[in-house]
Design a protein around this ligand. Structure first.
Ligand SMILES: NC(=O)c1ccc[n+]([C@@H]2O[C@H](COP(=O)([O-])OP(=O)(O)OC[C@H]3O[C@@H](n4cnc5c(N)ncnc54)[C@H](OP(=O)(O)O)[C@@H]3O)[C@@H](O)[C@H]2O)c1
Length: 253
């Protein structure tokens, strides 16, 4: 475990921390000394991450909420209490062609990926602004700037939240609240394996979409989030930080 404690004394809410990138972010912020409120829907997986963080000497608790539901999202904000760091990570990506994306699937992407961050920022940023400090980091996606024959609804939901990030940076930046996004390319997580398969070569086509020649690891995204949450990024506000290995081509369809 890192000995850095640059986030000690702060509280972080990390959505979607039961899996993949969110779990790595929660672990990294806890290592840096933050008390972490972990969120997801799966109680058992949430409590397992809480235990793992405690085992490593960190402090965490779990709150379950379904972010496709606006009222449940606002309940999460209220149960999280005062937070200094908000990481909007929870997301869905069904990556279907448009003709196989019905209204419910489109709405699900917008509700979880775009509306939930909007509601959480609306509920939590004003108190950060009153205290004069805060960091909000949203996980966007390279899908927002690139193109592919699948996943248009997902891409639109991520383009929306990246645009919201720039607006929030302007809305809250003057009050000491910094708002930034990390925009990854393909990252090895349970979620991406559910789409592309979890065999040894399942993600090989994704290795070729970037100049590094490999998919990212959740910990590599967590390091960027930790940078944006901490004092090293004090003058970074409204940035969409690409963490994609240098994407050079589109996802396979
Ligand atoms: N992996 C990639 O290649 C990649 C690339 C670019 C961007 N991203 C973005 O990074 C974020 C994390 O992706 P990941 O690959 O780590 O995903 P993942 O492994 O599928 O994990 C998704 C997380 O979001 C939570 N979640 C999903 N739907 C939810 C809902 N309706 N209400 C509450 N929580 C919900 C899940 O919680 P439960 O399972 O407990 O319900 C889980 O903790 C997403 O925003 C994704 O779009 C991922």
């Amino acid at each position: 475990m890192s000995t850095s404690t640059d986030l000690s004394g702060s509280t972080a809410l990390v959505t979607g921390a039961t899996s993949g990138i969110g779990r790595a972010v929660a672990q990294r912020l806890a290592e840096r000394g933050a008390r972490v409120v972990l969120h997801g829907r799966d109680e058992a997986r949430g409590e397992a991450v809480v235990k793992e963080i405690a085992r490593q000497g960190g402090a965490a608790r779990f709150v379950a909420a379904d972010l496709s539901d606006a009222e449940d999202t606002l309940r999460l904000a209220s149960e999280a209490g005062a937070v200094d760091i908000l990481v909007n990570n929870a997301g869905v990506y069904e990556l279907m062609p448009t003709v196989r994306t019905d209204a419910a699937a489109f709405d699900r992407h917008i509700a979880v990926n775009t509306r939930a961050p909007f509601l959480l920022v609306g509920a939590l940023a004003p108190a950060m602004a009153r205290r004069g400090h805060g960091a909000i980091i949203t996980i966007g996606s390279s899908a927002a700037r690139n193109t592919a024959p699948i996943g248009a609804a997902y891409a639109a939901s991520k383009a929306g939240v990246e645009t919201l990030t720039r607006y929030w940076a302007t809305e809250f930046g003057g009050s000491g609240v910094r708002v930034n996004a990390v925009s990854p390319g393909p990252v090895r997580t349970e979620g991406i394996s559910a789409v592309f398969g979890d065999g040894p070569d399942a993600l090989a086509p994704l290795d070729r979409v970037n100049a590094r020649g490999r998919v990212g690891e959740p910990e590599e995204i967590a390091d960027v989030v930790a940078f944006l949450a901490g004092p090293e990024s004090a003058y970074v506000n409204g940035a969409i930080l690409y963490a994609d290995g240098g994407e050079v081509s589109t996802l396979p369809g």
